[in-house]
Ligand binder design. Structure first.
Ligand code: NDP
Length: 283
């Protein structure tokens, strides 16, 4: 039985590259909380067993990464937050005193908090989301709740973007006027915030978004992060985006929301983000 010290972990496959143990240990020392947070490798076909074993042995919370966010959604399907329901994916699991496993998705709020940290509060802004995969889906409701005036989703496969819009408007019809969807070429007008939620940057590409127009003060945000500006960030700068950022702040931001769910305190992200950026640059 794990009992003496509070145990948390990030579960995925692969997992050795994960920055979550560093981030959560840094938050814990900042907040004076004693905990162990470890990487947990699970076979691709055995998520539920590994997650259940972790909780059976006394573990209190799990972060969930690729490829298990939908499995985690299934595991916690009877006890999901609204954000997790809409995202259809879970990245934060915890067990309550009666042994019930709950699930939430902290990616979207992590993104919104990072935009605010960068000086781009989505409130009253025109926001363009490029990409319609799991990460984009998880961010829609938090962006709308943050008060953007327009949220347009464009995707290589336009039907996938349209499905996101119809799923969300079914759940929250009050947002139907702000939401729209289209193909990668359908992005009329100038944008305040453009978010690249495609995985194109992972292969050093940018989505084929021709003729994108930015307002004078505008942000191009890539969910992918690395040691250098992504192709999307570079192209956006050339097209007039006054600011560019990568997704390292979102990574730290979503971890902060998970930490708050588990420990009831929202840690400060900036010092941890600065340390992580230094580590990335040094490697
Ligand atoms: P998915 O596989 O669910 O979705 C991938 C998306 O990228 C789809 O919209 C797909 O379009 C699009 N896409 C892929 N390649 C291209 C391309 N060459 N040109 C145009 N569109 C392309 O991935 P996720 O949504 O889970 O993740 C998206 C990205 O966000 C990943 O790179 C991930 O690393 C990052 N991420 C970062 C986080 C952070 O904390 N910083 C958190 C979560 C994700 P189509 O539908 O047409 O196939």
């Amino acid at each position: 039985m794990i009992q003496a010290i509070k145990h948390y972990a990030v579960i995925g496959n692969p997992i050795s590259h994960s920055r979550s143990p560093f981030i959560h240990q840094a938050f814990a020392s900042q907040c004076g909380i004693d905990l162990v947070y470890e990487p947990l490798l699970a076979p691709v076909d055995a998520f539920a067993k590994y997650a259940q074993d972790f909780f059976d042995k006394g573990g209190l919370g799990l972060n969930v990464t690729v490829p298990f966010k939908e499995d985690a959604y299934q595991l916690a399907r009877h006890h999901l937050s609204e954000r997790a329901q809409l995202a259809a994916a879970v990245n934060t699991l915890w067990i309550d005193k009666s042994g019930v496993i709950h699930g939430c998705n902290s990616d979207g709020l992590g993104l919104v908090n990072d935009l605010i940290r960068l000086g781009f509060d989505p409130k009253d802004q025109r926001v363009l989301m490029v990409g319609a995969g799991g990460a984009a889906r998880g961010c829609l409701l938090p962006l709308l709740e943050a008060g953007c005036t327009e949220l347009r989703i464009i995707n290589r496969t336009a039907e996938r973007a349209q499905r996101l819009v119809s799923d969300l408007t079914q759940l929250r019809p009050q947002y139907s006027t702000q939401l729209s969807a289209g193909s990668l070429t359908e992005h009329e007008g100038a944008w305040d915030i453009v978010i690249n939620a495609t995985s194109a940057s992972l292969s050093s590409q940018a989505p084929a978004v021709e003729g994108l127009a930015f307002n004078a003060r505008s942000l191009a945000y890539d969910m992918v992060y690395g040691t250098q500006a992504t192709t999307f960030m570079q192209q956006s700068a050339a097209h007039g985006a006054s600011h560019q950022a990568d997704g390292l702040g979102m990574l730290v931001g979503q971890a902060a929301i998970s930490f708050q769910i588990w420990h009831g305190v929202l840690p400060e992200t900036t010092p941890v983000l600065n340390k992580l950026r230094k580590i990335l640059k040094a490697n």
